[in-house]
Design a protein around this ligand. Structure first.
Ligand SMILES: [Zn+2]
Length: 153
């Protein structure tokens, strides 16, 4: 896993994050009103200004498996072999739906595999956290990546 240094939050997100987030928080957190809210259908994270900066930051590669993902042909097309993955899942952390640091550029198989997974006891490695990347070592004995134990006492 390659460490990804993230760009500054795009202006479009900075301007609209608060407004865009409200309906998601209402749906997942309040959701028990007399008239239940409809699930939000907006996906502004696919907007070019956001998605293409993310793709650039991740050097066109999946943040989880490192596979190269072809850049979408058109700036406006939604069909892509990659997804804007929410590291903290929308259903569990709706307040981070439009949080720039919560986006991982991911290939579709990795996104499919991860789905809504988030577990405090078994946290996923985050390619944008330097510490997570530094602790990951390739073991020639097993041919697998393993976490170093150096930070544990
Ligand atoms: Zn992947």
């Amino acid at each position: 896993m390659q460490y990804i240094k993230r760009s500054e939050r795009p202006q479009l997100l900075a301007t609209n994050q608060e407004t865009w987030t409200i309906s998601w928080v209402v749906y997942y957190r309040v959701g028990v009103e007399i008239v239940p809210p409809k699930k939000p259908t907006d996906s502004h994270w696919l907007k070019d200004e956001i998605r293409f900066l993310l793709i650039k930051d991740f050097h066109n590669n999946c943040g989880f498996c490192g596979e190269s993902i072809p850049t979408p042909q058109s700036l406006t097309t939604r069909t892509s072999k990659g997804d804007v993955e929410h590291f903290l899942p929308k259903s569990k952390y709706p307040e981070f739906v439009y949080e720039w640091t919560n986006y991982i550029w991911s290939c579709k198989p990795c996104n499919e595999h991860k789905k809504e997974f988030y577990n405090v006891s078994y946290p996923l490695l985050n390619p944008c956290r330097k510490k997570d990347c530094e602790n990951l070592m390739f073991s020639e004995d097993t041919g697998c990546y393993v976490l170093q134990e150096r930070n544990r006492l």
